[in-house]
Structure formats: structure tokens, C-alpha cells
Design a protein around this ligand. Structure first.
Ligand code: ADP
Ligand code: MG
Ligand code: ZN
Length: 610
């Protein structure tokens, strides 16, 4: 067994060794191949007889003897050429040269300057490499962002530095529920003693979950700012991408540093890049798995009492490895949803406070125009407006700048982040009110807890949160029929008001069909078949639908009856809504304005109208 403990981290990082190895090799290569080429001229090998001929014809100007060869220089018609030839024992040669006045030596005629040679052969490559090296490390540091990783002069130690850009809860508009959930952690970091005395342990890990741009990164920073502790941040992709084979070591270094600086907050952004479910495939990403394992080990290893708290962010919590979510790890989730009308107004105000504005800005108007926009998009809208103001030669941002930039940003964002148009918003509002109104007319009680037309992470454009007064074990046929009518209420409202049919009801249709089919095939609630089981097996808990066990002919009749049941429910829902058209308009208008309304508000308007 190899210990993965402290002896590993004293070794210089492998990549740096590679780097220096490369430099060394290149210098050698340079000296073997390139320097001789630079220093020596083009030397032609000649026969000894040619040499003698050249001497006799008077072309040779200089000769240099060594043990193994003779080098000589000729001049012919102004051209200087260099030759070499083998040594032949010829005692007359010196005399021949002497007679013709040719200088000859037994040494190199012009000794290249020693200092220059050394400088050229070693200094130059080293200079080039240190320049490249500095550029590389600069790029890496830039990629890590502020507070990222620094490669020190010694090239061995890496140090994580806390982020210095301080944020507080005042910078995060809205998100009250998330702030409340995180307040406990701040309290703990501010005064851990109270918690320790009673024996309570602070959660080690908190997962911030929400769509992109809802301020998860911002919130993590704000928590550190509020608690006034150092903030270490690293993105999951950096663990995996930057140095191959270094992910696990980086996790270890990060936690070493964090432990030294405790109490502090470690923030792992985009944790899904390392925390994906391990699927056990052989070709699986080893690197990622090792990094994840190291993270799990570190999280288990440190005492939460030390005051290192790990925040992580993801917009895909469903793909995280269950091991990450176990108690003692990221066992808390804090949701960050897209802002509603009020939230958007607040966010716009936070960002408008950072630019110069003209008199009064109609923040409400902008917020109403941007249903479904994320905090990041709103921040972008304000920035675009400021850019536009400058472009048009203005000195202050005006409401019209903002209105224009909404279009730029939203057109740019396209449908990626479902921002509802005014018309879509109206349709969604009527659809949701349709469900709620049908329900309210049936029971007379508050049918819903909350209605919202803020798009959800799940992709739903709006939803109506219904609460059953009491848990029902027995569902009567009337209950089932009523439920069907409520489900039909959404589509019915669209048809009554706009006379159009949209895709918004697909989920309703699915659920209604399932209920109607079960009424016929399982629960004996059908007119035609009575108490006859037409479907067996299936597990309602697991959502299996089971097998039809009847003839083709009967199956066709079942389909027909299911269709009729739903059709009847739909007609009923339409009638209810048509009769209450005025109330429906009023409720929808209110919902369009507020985007989220409670069951109480709903009942209040309903009561006023009656
Ligand atoms: P995420 O990490 O959820 O993708 P970020 O924290 O990176 O989102 O948000 C990007 C930017 O959007 C922030 O720097 C901030 O300017 C703006 N922003 C997002 N949500 C809010 C908010 N609730 N209040 C103020 N600004 C916000
Ligand atoms: Mg982020
Ligand atoms: Zn619906």
C-alpha cells in the first residue's frame, strides 16, 4: 500500500519536472546541432591531391593542421571557400607552404570568443524558455481568476489565496429563502462557541442549486463576506482541465490551505463537472473519479468544528453522485430560483445603483418586461443600457435605454432561457387561473397554495400548487371526475379566452389520461364494464402501467370510454370558466401583474367578485 499522505506533496509537481526536462533537452539539442552549424562555415571535404593542386596553383591562403585533418581556405576570383581533407604523412608540405608564403598553423586560426559561445549556447535558450514559461504561468493564473493559483518563483509550491473581492447580502437582491437558509452558517462562523458548547456541529457542505445566472457564485461570496472569513474559490472544471493528473493533488492542496486559514469558506463552482455519478464504466474518466474521491476523503477527514465550510454550486443536482449528497457531505441544498417580479425589481435596483441614472427610472416597467430573466441577464440589461447611453452621447441611463437593451439581451438570449413574451405570459396566466378557478368552484375552499407564472427549473412555464386538505386513501368516482375537470381547466381557459390550443397542456393531458384509464381498467368506475379488471400487474409506486389483459376489441372500447370521460370533463370545465369569465379576467390580470399569488389572495379576489 502506498500512502497518499504527506510525502507526496513535497515532491515537485510532475508537470514542472517535465517542463525543466524539456528545457534541458532543447539546450542539449541546440548545442549539438545548431551551434556547430552557426559557428562553422560550409566546409567541403576534398581529396588530398586536390589540396596539393590548390597549393600549387596558389589558391590556398591559409592552412590549419590537426591530428586528424587538414583544414584550408582557398580564394578564387574573390570567393573564399573552406575545405578539409585527411592527413597524409608528407614531410615536404611545410616547406611547400613556406615557399608560397601560405600561413599555416596547428591551431584553430580564429578562436571563437569563449564568453560569446557560452552565452549563445546556454544563455539564449534559457532566456527564451524563461520568457515562454512566464507567459504560460501568467495565462494559467489569469484562467484561475483572481485569487487563483500562483506558481511561485521556486516553481514548486502552489498557494491558494483567498479571494479579496468582498460581497455582502446587500449585493444579492431577493433570494430571501436562500439567505435565510445560509444565515445559520454565517452565525456559526461568527461565533462557533455557542454551537460547540451545546455540542452542535455545523453542516460541512451546502449545495447551491439553481439555473445559471441566479447568483449562486455571488451568494457564496456574500456568505463569506457576511461572516468575514476568507473565501477560497475554484471551479470544478479547473480541477479536471488544468493539469492532467493533478486534480486529486489540487484538492488536497486546497484543503491544506483552507485548514490553515480556518475559519473560512471553500467554494466549488460547477461541482457537477467532477461530481457526476460514477458509472463504473471501464473507460470512465479516471481523472475525474480520482478528484471526486479525494474530495470525498477530504470532506470526511476534516472536523467541521475547525470551521471550514464548503459551498458548492450546480445547476444539475440530479446528475451528482449520491456519495456527494450523503450526510456529512453536501447534505443541505439551498435553492436559488429565477426571480419573480419583485425580485427582478430589486435586482435591477441593485445594479442601477452602480450606474448614473436620469431622474426616475420606471423599474417596475423593466421588471414586467423581463419575466423569466435571470439575475445575470438583468445585470447585463443594465450594463447594455449604460453602453447604449454612452453610444448615443448621453451621460445618464434613461428608462428608454433600458427598454431598448431588454430587447438586445432577450433577443440575444433567444429561447435558451425561456423569457416569456407579453402574449405568452397572458396565456400561461389564464391557463393556471383556469385550473385554480375550476377547483375553487367545485369545493368552495382555497384550491391552491400558490400560483406562479415564473418559469421553473423543471421547464414548466407556470404551476399551480395544490394542497389536499387531508390525505385521502379512498378516492371516490366523483373525486376522480373533479380532478379530471381541474386538469382540463388549463386548456379550457386557453380555448375560452384566446380560442387557441397550445402545447402548454401536455403534462395535464398525460395525467388526465392516466386517471381516466385507471378509472376504467382498474377501479371499476366505468359504465360499460363495471367491476371488471382489465389491467393487471403494474406498480403504482414505481409508475409501471401494467398489462392490458383483454381482447383487442375490448381494448378499443376502453380507449373510447377513456376519451369520452375526458371529453366530458373538458366540456364541464369550459362551461364553468365561461360562466365565470369576468372573475377569471380579474384573477388573470392580478396574476400577470404579480406573477406569484397565494391561495389567500386568490380567494380574496374571488370573494370580492361574488
Ligand atoms: P450563477 O453562479 O448562479 O450562474 P452568478 O452568481 O455568476 O450566477 O451571477 C452572475 C451575475 O448576475 C452576478 O455577478 C450579479 O451581477 C448578477 N446577479 C445574479 N443574481 C443576482 C441577484 N439576486 N442580485 C443581484 N445581482 C445578481
Ligand atoms: Mg456561477
Ligand atoms: Zn396546466
Amino acid at each position: 500500500m502506498e500512502s497518499t499522505g504527506s510525502n507526496n506533496k513535497k515532491k515537485p509537481p510532475r508537470t514542472l519536472l517535465y517542463y525543466y526536462g524539456l528545457v534541458f533537452l532543447t539546450v542539449l539539442l541546440f548545442n549539438w546541432l545548431i551551434m556547430p552549424m552557426l559557428l562553422s562555415r560550409q566546409v567541403t571535404t576534398a581529396n588530398y591531391s586536390d589540396f596539393i593542386d590548390a597549393v600549387e596553383s596558389g589558391q590556398v591562403k591559409q592552412v590549419q593542421f590537426s591530428d586528424t585533418e587538414i583544414r584550408y581556405i582557398t580564394e578564387e576570383g574573390g570567393y573564399i571557400r573552406y575545405f578539409k581533407t585527411g592527413v597524409v604523412d608528407n614531410p615536404q608540405l611545410p616547406q611547400m607552404l613556406q615557399e608560397r608564403g601560405i600561413t599555416y598553423t596547428a591551431e584553430i586560426p580564429e578562436t571563437p570568443n569563449l564568453l560569446l559561445t557560452i552565452l549563445l549556447s546556454y544563455g539564449l535558450p534559457i532566456l527564451i524558455f524563461s520568457l515562454i514559461g512566464r507567459q504560460v504561468s501568467k495565462n494559467m493564473t489569469a484562467r484561475m481568476g483572481a485569487g487563483g493559483l500562483n506558481i511561485h518563483g521556486r516553481g514548486v509550491a502552489k498557494v491558494y489565496k483567498p479571494d479579496t473581492d468582498k460581497k455582502t447580502f446587500a449585493d444579492v437582491a431577493g433570494q430571501e429563502e436562500a439567505k435565510e437558509a445560509l444565515q445559520e452558517i454565517i452565525d456559526y462562523l461568527n461565533d462557533p462557541k455557542i454551537y460547540e458548547e451545546i455540542g452542535a456541529k455545523c453542516p460541512k457542505g451546502v449545495l447551491l442549486v439553481g439555473p445559471p445566472g441566479t447568483g449562486k457564485t455571488l451568494m457564496a461570496k456574500a456568505v463569506a463576506g457576511e461572516a468575514n472569513v476568507p473565501f477560497f474559490s475554484i471551479s470544478g472544471s479547473e480541477f479536471v482541465e488544468m493539469f492532467v493528473g493533478r486534480g486529486a493533488a489540487k484538492v488536497r492542496e486546497l484543503f491544506d490551505e483552507a485548514n490553515k486559514q480556518a475559519p473560512c469558506i471553500v467554494f466549488i463552482d460547477e461541482i457537477d463537472t467532477i461530481g457526476k455519478k460514477r458509472d463504473g464504466q471501464i473507460s470512465g474518466n479516471d481523472e475525474r473519479e480520482q478528484t471526486l474521491n479525494q474530495l470525498l476523503t477530504e470532506m470526511d477527514g476534516f472536523e467541521s468544528n475547525k470551521g471550514v465550510i464548503i459551498l458548492a454550486a450546480t445547476n444539475r443536482p440530479e446528475i451528482l453522485d449520491p456519495a456527494l449528497l450523503r450526510p456529512g457531505r453536501f447534505d443541505r441544498q439551498v435553492r436559488m430560483e429565477l426571480p419573480d417580479l419583485k425580485g427582478r425589481e430589486d435586482i435591477l435596483r441593485v445594479h442601477l445603483a452602480k450606474v448614473k441614472t436620469e431622474g426616475t427610472i420606471d423599474v417596475n416597467l423593466i421588471a414586467r418586461m423581463t419575466a423569466g430573466a435571470s439575475g445575470a441577464q438583468l445585470a447585463n440589461i443594465v450594463n447594455e443600457a449604460a453602453l447604449r447611453a454612452v453610444r448615443l452621447g448621453g451621460r445618464q441611463v434613461s428608462t428608454s435605454d433600458l427598454v431598448e437593451s431588454v430587447e438586445t439581451v432577450i433577443a440575444g438570449a433567444e429561447k435558451k432561457n425561456a423569457i416569456l413574451s407579453e402574449e405568452e405570459k397572458r396565456i400561461v396566466a389564464y391557463h393556471e387561473i383556469g385550473h385554480a378557478l375550476v377547483a375553487a368552484k367545485q369545493s368552495g375552499a382555497a384550491p391552491v397554495q400558490k400560483i406562479t407564472i415564473v418559469p421553473r427549473t423543471s421547464g414548466a412555464l407556470g404551476y399551480t400548487m395544490q394542497v389536499e386538505e387531508e390525505e385521502k386513501s379512498l378516492v371516490s368516482k366523483d373525486d376522480a371526475l373533479q380532478k379530471l375537470e381541474v386538469l382540463c381547466g388549463g386548456r379550457a381557459a386557453e380555448e375560452v379566452v384566446f380560442d387557441i390550443i397550445t402545447t402548454g397542456a401536455s403534462n395535464d393531458i398525460e395525467r388526465a389520461t392516466e386517471i381516466a384509464r385507471n378509472m376504467v381498467t382498474r377501479y371499476g368506475m366505468s359504465e360499460n364494464f363495471g367491476m371488471m379488471a382489465l389491467q393487471t400487474g403494474g406498480n403504482s409506486y414505481l409508475g409501471h402501467s401494467g398489462q392490458m389483459n383483454c381482447s383487442q376489441e375490448t381494448a378499443r372500447l376502453v380507449d373510447e370510454e377513456v376519451r369520452d370521460i375526458i371529453r366530458k370533463a373538458y366540456t364541464n370545465a369550459k362551461t364553468v370558466l365561461a360562466e365565470n369569465r369576468e372573475i377569471m379576467d380579474r384573477l388573470a390580470a392580478y396574476l400577470i401583474e404579480k406573477e406569484t399569488i397565494t391561495g389567500e389572495e386568490f380567494m380574496k379576489i374571488l370573494g370580492e367578485a361574488a
